[in-house]
Every structure is written in structure tokens, then in C-alpha cells.
Design a protein around this ligand. Structure first.
Ligand code: NAG
Length: 204
């Protein structure tokens, strides 16, 4: 019978349960019932994301790329790196705008400028990694994956360094909280990308 598995449990119920189990742990999940995984690609993204530290963010940021990702670990990593890169660039831009706010103390201005420098390095490392993913073929694949792991890990360190500048100071107008919320998301996206890269490297 269409829509039923052989043991009589409707497929929609199975998917609903899988979905509920995977997303209930994270309040950040913004999925609705209409987004219940239906294709093998979405299922591939979901099951890959479960192994990252921030599975809901991972799934929410990558599932829109399902048509490109299909079930390719390489395309999945490409998408994760691209999202992380774009998000890092955006955040750097936002901090740049914020840092032009008048009335910042010199300490605040310094934290902003240090952070933008760290994010700039992070952007370069993520770009380098994306480029290396393009050249990933032949007998040096493992070596290149190793480089990519190193660069993305360095990018994550830069993002955490940026965050450190905003953990203790109470900034005027809550600018530190604003910056921190953006950086936390960027760092989580990069952490997820690294986890997906590590999974891909482990399967080679
Ligand atoms: C980056 O900013 C652009 C322009 O504001 C926006 O369209 C895009 O969705 C943002 N990307 C991410 C990953 O936040």
C-alpha cells in the first residue's frame, strides 16, 4: 500500500518521529512540519549534521542546498565552507559598521579592530580551503584534506580569538552582546564545517 512500510507503520509517522528526535534537543530549530525530510539528499544532510556539534544550525543552513549537495560528502563540505565564509564576511562587515559608532571607548574600539583582523584572517583561511576543495583529486587527496583541516581549524581559532575580546567588557549600548551573538553563530558554522570535513577525511 502506498505510503506504508511493510510493518504497517506509516512512513510519515516514521519521518515525524525521526524529525522530532533530531530536532527536539535544540530550541534553535526553525523547521516546520512542511519541511519534514522527504528526499534522500535532505536525509543525507540530516544524518551528516547529526554528527556535528550544532546539528540544527547545520541542517537549517545547509538543507536549502540539497539540490546541489545530493548525497555527496564533497558538495556538503563545499556548501558548509561557503556558508561559513559568507557568514564570516557578513559579520566582519557588521562589526565594521558598528565600530564607526561614535562614543566608543578606546578599549571597545580596540576589541572591534582586533576582531576584524581575526575575521579577516579567518576569511582568507576559509577561501583557501574552498579553493583546495576544488583541486581535490588524485593521489594527494589525503594530503590536501589534511591542509584543509588545518586551515579551517585555524579559522575557528581566529573566530574564538575575536569572541574573547567581547566576553568580559561591558560595552555601551550592548554592542558587545550584538557582536558576540554574530560571532557565536559564525564560530558554530565553522565548527560544523570542520566536523563535516573531518568526517569526509575519515572516510577516505
Ligand atoms: C550575508 O549578507 C547578505 C546581504 O545582506 C545576505 O543576503 C546573506 O543572506 C548573508 N549571508 C549569510 C550566510 O548570513
Amino acid at each position: 500500500m502506498a505510503g506504508k512500510m511493510s510493518n504497517g507503520i506509516p512512513i510519515w509517522l516514521t519521518l515525524l518521529l525521526l524529525f522530532a528526535l533530531s530536532s527536539s534537543a535544540c530550541a534553535a530549530a526553525r523547521l516546520t512540519l512542511s519541511e519534514i525530510p522527504t528526499s534522500s539528499s535532505v536525509e543525507f544532510i540530516r544524518s551528516s549534521c547529526i554528527k556535528t556539534d550544532y546539528p540544527a544550525l547545520c541542517f537549517n543552513s545547509l538543507s536549502v542546498y540539497a539540490p546541489t549537495i545530493q548525497t555527496s560528502p564533497k558538495q556538503l563540505v563545499d556548501a558548509a565552507l561557503s556558508v561559513s565564509l559568507e557568514s564570516t564576511r557578513n559579520t566582519s562587515e557588521k562589526i565594521g559598521t558598528l565600530s564607526k559608532t561614535r562614543g566608543m571607548s578606546s578599549k571597545e574600539a580596540e576589541a572591534m579592530s582586533d576582531c576584524m583582523e581575526s575575521l579577516g584572517d579567518s576569511v582568507e583561511e576559509l577561501k583557501q580551503s574552498l579553493q583546495a576543495m576544488k583541486d581535490l583529486r588524485g593521489k594527494d587527496v589525503k594530503l590536501h584534506m589534511n591542509d584543509i583541516q588545518t586551515w579551517v581549524s585555524a579559522a575557528l581559532t581566529e573566530e574564538n580569538t575575536c569572541m574573547d575580546g567581547f566576553t568580559t567588557n561591558g560595552f555601551k549600548d550592548g554592542a558587545d552582546n550584538l557582536v558576540r551573538s554574530h560571532i557565536v553563530k559564525v564560530a558554530h558554522l565553522t565548527s560544523n564545517a570542520l566536523a563535516l570535513i573531518n568526517a569526509m577525511a575519515g572516510s577516505l
